[in-house]
Write a protein that binds this ligand. Structure first.
Ligand code: UDP
Length: 329
């Protein structure tokens, strides 16, 4: 019988790529999103399919899904530092109340649930590269606390449902991932630099540019998540690309790639911005037989082509997404 999967955050960057993947694998996909940060453009190509339905819903409210459910993928959350600064309370609620509702739904339906956690649970890490057994270094009351602590709570409640209710749970810790369908103005470094380069603006490096990140191309990330869902491993697993680069070097790389004549300008480093980040993926290699296949040169080329293909007004629409009524003062 055809498997049915619920994907939350389905209109977002990773959620939409997961919809594509599970449709391709022959699943019936129920895509859920409240569209605060997501965009229907990312999934509109799926609307005509019989095996796909969209449900406009805020998962912090009770969730009703008729019929059988075999799997749940929980990818609903603001995920860029600017987003969660603008909507901190929704960020806390979706990771806590939203996750609780989904765990209850999974229990009711006897479904396996995979939740999207993040390298942010390691905070500004004192262990490098980050292994799954590192507990992290998070400032609970800093600007990133709303995201980091929501995700840490999400892991805890998921484990509690696993041990107390015997629920089948999976936890992926996602490291910086990029590719087509990232929001151009979400403030994250890859769309920010590409947007600046394409508009002919200077590239804004925060701090002195010595902080590091390790960027994973989206198709590799989706493959890791897919394998983890179908594995029998219930503890957290890092999925990311271990190839680390400083943000300063990365800005130079983007300027070369886009033939940009502008320069780099330096701005203040945001509070609690992690100074280094690189996943240790030994565990993922061992239990999932997974490692990234797409290097940055290849992934960035595809991503750059995607951003170049956007209508010009998108590129010059510089204001951050207007969250309107969703912003609670
Ligand atoms: N960053 C930057 N310039 C920008 C946007 C981001 O130098 O215009 C830096 C940011 O301070 C961080 C890194 O790039 O050190 C990655 O930021 P991003 O927001 O993509 O994600 P994070 O990994 O911090 O969650």
């Amino acid at each position: 019988m055809q498997k049915r999967i619920l994907i939350t955050g389905a209109a977002g960057f990773l959620g939409s790529h997961l919809c594509d993947r599970f449709i391709k694998e022959g699943y019936y996909v129920i895509a859920m999103d409240n569209l605060i940060t997501g965009d229907l453009k990312n999934i509109e190509h799926l609307f005509k399919l019989e095996d796909f339905e969209f449900c406009h819903h805020d998962i912090t409210k009770f969730i009703h899904v008729p019929g059988q459910l075999d799997y749940i993928l929980h990818f609903a959350s603001p995920a860029s530092p600017i987003d969660y600064l603008k909507i901190p309370i929704q960020t806390l609620k979706v990771g806590s109340l939203g996750t609780h509702n989904l765990l209850g739904l999974a229990k009711e339906k006897n479904a396996r649930i995979l939740i999207a956690s993040t390298s942010e649970i390691y905070g500004d890490p004192l262990v490098h590269p980050q292994t799954e057994d590192y507990f992290g270094n998070v400032n609970t009351i800093g600007p990133r606390g709303v995201y980091d602590e929501a995700k840490r709570f999400q892991e805890s409640i998921t484990m509690a449902y696993h041990t107390f209710h015997g629920l089948e749970t999976r936890i992926v810790r996602i490291f910086n991932t990029y590719g087509p369908r990232m929001r151009l103005n979400d403030g994250r470094v890859i769309p920010a630099f590409i947007g600046q380069a394409l508009r002919g603006e200077d590239l804004t490096v925060f701090g002195d540019g010595t902080q590091t990140r390790s960027f994973c191309y989206v198709s590799d990330q989706i493959e890791g998540i897919y394998r983890l869902l179908l594995s029998d491993y219930h503890l957290p697993v890092n999925i990311g690309n271990p190839h680390e680069i400083t943000i300063g070097d990365f800005a130079e790389e983007i300027m070369r790639l886009t033939n940009t004549k502008q320069k780099v300008i330096y701005k203040d480093l945001p509070q609690n911005d992690p100074l280094q980040r690189q996943p240790d993926i030994t565990l993922a290699k061992k239990i999932l037989g997974w490692e990234p296949k797409i290097d940055r040169a290849e992934g960035m080329k595809i991503t750059l082509d995607y951003f170049k293909s956007l209508p010009e007004e998108e590129l010059f629409k510089k204001e951050h997404k207007d969250f309107g009524k969703h912003i609670i003062k």
